[in-house]
Design a binder for this molecule. Structure first.
Ligand code: NAD
Ligand code: ZN
Ligand code: ZN
Length: 341
């Protein structure tokens, strides 16, 4: 089968490799679509990985073969992959929160394209536990729900207590994850939504996804957001994680507000212990969530079925994977690119 592999730092190749055979507890998925995440760019530039590694951690497709001891699946059934593969038995995995699996204490829980062979290939081997039926949802258009919707859903769910109808939420970075975050905020909370991006076209699109206000990222952004909110933002979701966006989040989060950093662009959040006006306001909480839970994936699929969230998909053949990564790096992908084998 074809597989798009990371073969060294900054180096990729579309290779012919043996198609895997499902062992006990595993299912072989024929990949319909594999979403391309900005994390794939972080991986591309990482120095230490188990090379070669097939990329792709937003998988959806059809069941192609079923391993021994697997029940409840039929060949041809459409499914999406839950992408955090913990041990499946610890107290966190027992609740479906494999993103907090105890077998990887304080570390990264692996998944497809993140340690295990990923979905930028004709076939993907998946633990049966990690598959969720798609039903009528299209497996190409749904693939990004596995991360681009799961991760913001989880982040928003954790900040629910402050996301009341009188609150304001700020979404920094309305790309793959951010354009889903705006829609999820609309669907599951009553909060007013302010979208922030460096790209005016994405801000325009954000209005279509349900943002009430838009602010161009830059020097004036903090003042504009404080003018719009008066007391600061009850919840800030940073889907960039660069120094300027972390500084912006810290500057606009309200007292007892919640700052969630999802983006991984290398910024560092300062945390002076002194009281305001230095550093964060009183009571502010900061979190750095990873992916989501298996239960969150079910909730995301429910929102998609209800038509309340929809991925803006930009389809490309798997053979164009290297070019798509390059386009993503240069800000040329709107919404989410999905590779189709
Ligand atoms: P993307 O490239 O699709 O979107 C990024 C968006 O941020 C773009 O719209 C871009 O214009 C905007 N942006 C860039 N610099 C900005 C700035 N200074 N101010 C405001 N906006 C800015 O990326 P994505 O796939 O949505 O991923 C976003 C980040 O989230 C990445 O760092 C990725 O690695 C990370 N991520 C984390 C998790 C997790 O579990 N924590 C999961 C998935 C992705
Ligand atoms: Zn990702
Ligand atoms: Zn576990």
């Amino acid at each position: 089968m074809k597989a798009f592999q990371l073969i060294g730092p900054g180096k990729t190749e579309l290779r012919d490799i043996e198609a895997p055979v499902p062992g006990p507890g595993q299912v072989l998925l024929k990949v319909a679509g594999s979403g391309v995440c900005h994390s794939d760019l972080h991986l591309l530039h990482a120095e230490q990985l188990p090379f070669p590694m097939t990329m792709g951690h937003e998988p959806a497709g059809w069941v192609a073969a079923i391993g021994p001891e697997v029940t409840g699946w039929e060949e041809g059934q459409a499914a999406i992959g839950y992408i955090v593969w913990g041990c499946g038995v610890c107290r966190h995995c027992a609740t479906g929160a494999e993103n907090a699996c105890e077998r990887f204490p304080r570390g990264l829980v692996p998944g497809p394209g993140l340690g295990y062979p990923g979905a930028m290939a004709d076939y993907l081997l998946v633990p049966a536990r990690a598959l969720v039926p798609l039903g009528d949802l299209d497996p190409v258009d749904s693939a990004p729900l596995a991360d681009a919707a799961l991760t913001p859903y989880h982040a928003i769910d954790r900040a629910k207590a402050v996301l009341t109808p009188s609150s304001t939420a700020v979404v920094i970075g309305v790309g793959g994850l951010g354009h889903m975050a705006v829609q999820i905020l609309r669907a599951v909370t009553g909060a007013r939504v302010i979208a922030v991006d460096v790209d005016p076209a994405r801000l325009e699109a954000a209005r279509g996804y349900g943002a009430d206000e838009t602010v161009l990222s830059g020097r004036e952004a903090a003042t504009e957001i404080l003018d719009l909110t008066k007391t600061g933002a009850d919840a800030v979701f940073d889907f960039v994680g660069a120094q300027p966006t972390l500084d912006l989040g810290a500057a606009v989060v309200s007292s007892y507000g919640h700052l969630t950093v999802v983006g991984l662009a290398g910024g560092v959040l300062g945390f002076p212990a002194a009281g305001p006006p230095v550093g964060l306001p009183w009571g502010a909480t900061v979190s750095k969530p990873y992916g989501g839970t298996r239960r969150d994936l079910h909730e995301v699929l429910a929102l998609a079925r209800q038509g309340r969230i929809r991925v803006h998909v930009d389809r490309h053949p798997l053979s164009d994977a290297a070019k798509v990564l390059d386009d993503l790096e240069h800000g040329k992908i709107q919404g989410r690119a999905v590779l189709t084998p």
